[in-house]
Design a protein around this ligand. Structure first.
Ligand SMILES: *Cc1c(COP(=O)(O)O)cnc(C)c1O
Ligand SMILES: [Zn+2]
Length: 441
């Protein structure tokens, strides 16, 4: 059968493998694998027709196309049989016109893509639906898989366990003990994943999972697996679609393992190559100063690429010192006039606090992206008239401890919580309430 997409080395080797093969790095040269598509086939449909097809499916109920990911199935995993799709209707997240925040920071056309308004509360669902669907297909083709496994800073495990639970496939998640939020920890537990809280950091968990994945019966779900990138790629398509196929000037995303920035770039490239758009946005990857290997590499003109020992950051989902997709990300950033900038704990916390005052409810990773945005506006890199999008990667409700500590002025390395607020506690009588309000309005 002619294949419409296949696994192939992301470097120069030309061997093709099935998307259901268990291969995470090139057997010849050890580079990361990527998913390649038959562009000759895809180009038989014009850019204009693709737009029409995608628009006709977007957020409709016809299964599986109402999903933001599976509405773009031909670009994601065309040969997958529909009966193996494990979808929880991911994508279709709202684009928030952050008018007030934009005014406060000097932008006329500023938007936040709320990817955290999703089944498990983060953008990770976009990739996980593809990966778990591939596993289901693999199992139905006769593969023996005892469990799907991942290391996680919280959101990957939440997503993996939900999709596996929905499909009835066992999952094992390995988390750094005491380094993820309670909300993130309770998700895999609730979904019945085998949840291992290990006394190490994310990079330590990743080492363990990499060793486990040498056993072919443990299928690896970390973003080294290019199937996840294929789903996350649809974020760019959806974003442009939400602007009636207009391309923004800037897209800013917080980066940890650097799969998402890579996926977003690949999505825009595909839109461009298939004629849906005529220009590319510039991409910005935002890192926490406490976990900034990509930033350091950027500063060296990408001459040096070194892992760092990631320090504690409130942006725990990006507390990663040795990102698996760093070369993938550098490659993408070089094609998109990419910028990498960092934010301190004080900057990310106050950026998040300010954004919340304008009606958002931001996770700390989104705080990093917002703080970086403010720096780039201040330095004139981003102009006030530029259409700018921040990718909000998770729902703020997953990070209530971060919020509480912020408002109690208790976050480490934050000198002052500039937008701190607290409930006003009152005796149980009407007059006290009236007085309390009168003092403040
Ligand atoms: C995973 C995650 C990130 C980082 O994405 P990468 O692909 O690892 O760079 C950022 N924010 C949140 C909330 C995440 O869960
Ligand atoms: Zn190779």
């Amino acid at each position: 059968m002619k294949q419409n997409s296949w696994l192939q080395c992301s470097s120069l080797c030309t061997e093709r493998y099935n998307l259901t093969d268990t291969i995470y790095s090139c057997p010849r040269c050890d580079s990361l694998m990527g998913v390649n598509h038959d562009f000759d086939q895809l180009k038989k449909t014009s850019g204009q027709s693709w737009r029409k097809i995608f628009d006709s499916r977007y957020m409709k109920t016809e299964w599986p196309y109402g999903s933001g990911v599976w509405g773009k199935k031909e670009w994601v995993y065309p040969d997958l049989s529909d009966e193996n799709i494990v979808s929880l209707y991911e994508g279709g997240t709202n684009l928030f016109w952050a008018e007030r925040l934009g005014n406060l920071i000097g932008l006329d056309d500023f938007w936040v893509k709320n990817c955290g308004n999703s089944h498990t509360g983060s953008f990770k669902d976009l990739g996980m639906t593809v990966l778990v669907s591939a596993v289901k297909e693999k199992i139905n083709l006769g593969s023996n898989i005892s469990a799907v496994i991942c290391a996680s800073t919280g959101d990957t495990s939440a997503s993996l366990s939900a999709y596996c639970a929905a499909a009835g496939i066992p999952s094992v998640v390995i988390l750094p003990r005491n380094k993820i939020s309670e909300a993130q920890l309770i998700q895999p537990i609730s979904n019945g994943a085998i949840t291992l809280a290990v006394d190490t950091d994310f990079d330590g968990c990743m080492d363990i999972v990499n060793k486990l994945s040498k056993d072919v019966n443990f299928y690896l779900a970390n973003s080294v697996n290019p199937l996840r990138i294929e789903g996350q790629k649809t974020l760019s398509v959806e974003l442009v679609q939400q602007f009636d196929w207009e391309v923004p000037d800037w897209v800013i995303v917080p980066g940890g393992n650097l799969g998402n920035i890579s996926a977003i770039g690949l999505g825009f490239k595909m839109l461009f190559d298939l004629g849906l758009i005529n220009n590319l946005p510039r991409l910005v990857c935002a890192q926490a100063s406490n976990a900034n290997p990509l930033y350091l590499s950027y500063k060296s003109g990408y001459k040096e690429v070194q892992s760092v020992s990631a320090k504690e950051t409130a942006a725990s989902a990006i507390q990663i010192g040795n990102p698996v997709s760093i070369y993938r990300a550098i490659n993408i950033l070089q094609q998109f006039g990419g910028v990498v900038e960092q934010a301190t704990e004080d900057e990310l916390a106050n950026a998040s606090g300010l954004a919340d005052q304008t009606g958002l409810f931001t996770c700390p990773q989104t705080g990093v992206a917002l703080a970086v945005l403010m720096k780039l506006v201040k330095s004139g890199v981003i102009k006030s008239s530029d259409r700018t999008i921040v990718i909000s990667t998770a729902n703020g409700l997953k990070f209530t401890n971060f919020k509480l500590d912020y408002h109690r002025n208790k976050l480490p390395e934050v000198t002052e919580s500039k937008f701190a607020s607290s409930p006003i506690e009152l005796p149980g009588d009407y007059q006290s309430v009236v007085k309390a309000i009168a003092q403040r309005v």
